[in-house]
Design a protein around this ligand. Structure first.
Ligand SMILES: Cc1ncc(COP(=O)(O)O)c(C=O)c1O
Length: 376
């Protein structure tokens, strides 16, 4: 197993801060805005009730599973049975990483996009499986080209990970792509894992779809979702998996051997998030959109051409010099006190790229541009 990329970056960042340097952090994608007050208030109230202090062994509180079902129906018009088709998670990361334990035998393949969020590959390796990498690049609009997967790999592949809106490339997909995935996965008997963590972080009127909206998806697929980005709750650790009942029950079985549920007060706060006022999501997206525009205009003014993303809080950039992404990241840290994420941390195909996260203020983004201007 390689070391987890973000921990390495965090170490370098901490060291630079200890040296007294004024670091601008465009690295890890962690919302800087606070969790809305009504959600915090619910946690406070719920945590005063001793009933919430015990193990939460029931595969998620029924009230939370129902709130998730209602949210999916309202947002995507997808009907889910709260008893069998929804499983709350201690953040979607653990579910994404544990899922392969239920389905991969030694030597089986997972089809993993390259670049992608690291736990897809990590979870596959931990389960004894082999990641088969699907290159995402500009030429294929950052979508995996399924028809290029060789027949002998299709035979040994059990899982396919997809993630739109995408981390790290910020690319999006249309429903047509999901239809193609359903056809491919049904024909080859492959389970689809759709990661929808960024569905609510979108701009310019764009509204991402769910994989589960497409006919046939629920026979072969499972979708992972998170309260982290939508409600600024990354540290709370709450998300869920939903979709095919057999897949949900297999993941629940694995998890029942590993963890003992989410703190009940956090589950009740999760209900408050899903059922309470949603106004802040629009406001947060407006804030990110403003920052995105500031960053893109700034980069363009440096002669650095960048595509403006319509979702996620990431900007995916081709490095303008002939230098690899780790060296370029080190250069920016040394010469400009700027932290960014090297593309290669998400996969070999992302060599030559870097990712910037717009989870800092507009003023700091402007300052970052001025620092870059000095070294370009
Ligand atoms: C694509 C993607 N999926 C899932 C997650 C995990 O979210 P959480 O575990 O906080 O629910 C992240 C977090 O950065 C992500 O980028």
């Amino acid at each position: 197993m390689p070391p987890y990329l973000f921990l390495e970056i965090d170490k370098a960042k901490r060291k630079a801060r200890e040296e007294g340097r004024d670091i601008i952090d465009l690295g890890v994608g962690d919302p800087d805005q606070p969790t809305p007050a009504h959600i915090i208030e619910k946690l406070y109230q719920a945590s005063r009730d001793p009933a919430t202090h015990r193990y939460a062994l029931d595969q998620g509180m029924p009230v939370l599973r129902q709130a998730i079902a209602n949210w999916y129906k309202g947002r995507f018009n997808v009907g889910l049975n709260p008893e069998t088709e929804i499983l709350p998670l201690i953040g979607s990361k653990e579910g994404l990483a544990h899922f392969p334990l239920a389905f991969l035998n030694e030597g089986d393949y997972s089809l993993v996009p390259d670049p992608s969020y690291p736990p897809y590959k990590g979870g596959t390796i931990l389960a004894g499986g082999k990641p088969y990498l699907l290159p995402l690049n500009q030429a294929n609009a950052f979508l995996p080209v399924l028809k290029k997967i060789p027949a002998q790999i299709r035979k040994k592949a059990k899982l396919l990970y997809i993630n739109y809106p995408n981390n790290p490339t910020a690319s999006t997909c249309e429903k047509e792509f999901y239809r193609e995935v359903v056809e491919f996965a049904s024909k080859n008997k492959i389970i689809v894992i759709s990661d929808l963590a960024y569905s609510e972080i979108a701009y310019d009127g764009y509204r991402p779809s769910s994989f589960l909206e497409v006919d046939g998806s629920q026979e072969i697929g499972i979708e992972f979702h998170s309260l982290s980005k939508t409600y600024n709750m990354t540290g709370w650790r709450i998300g869920w998996a939903c979709g095919n009942a057999k897949l949900i029950s297999a993941l629940a079985k694995i998890k029942s051997n590993i963890d003992s549920g989410i703190f009940s007060a956090i589950q009740l706060a999760g209900v408050a998030a899903l059922e309470g006022p949603q106004q802040h999501i629009r406001e947060t997206c407006r804030l990110y959109q403003e920052r995105r525009d500031t960053l893109i205009q700034g980069l363009n003014s440096l002669g650095w051409p960048v595509t403006s993303p319509r979702a996620t809080f990431y900007v995916w950039l081709k490095i303008p010099k002939k230098i690899d992404s780790i060296k370029f990241s080190k250069l920016l840290l040394e010469k400009a006190d700027i932290v960014i994420t090297p593309g290669v941390g998400f996969g070999q195909c992302a060599e030559g790229y870097i990712r910037m996260a717009i989870t800092i203020s507009k003023e700091r983004i402007k300052e970052a541009i001025e620092r870059l201007r000095k070294i370009f």
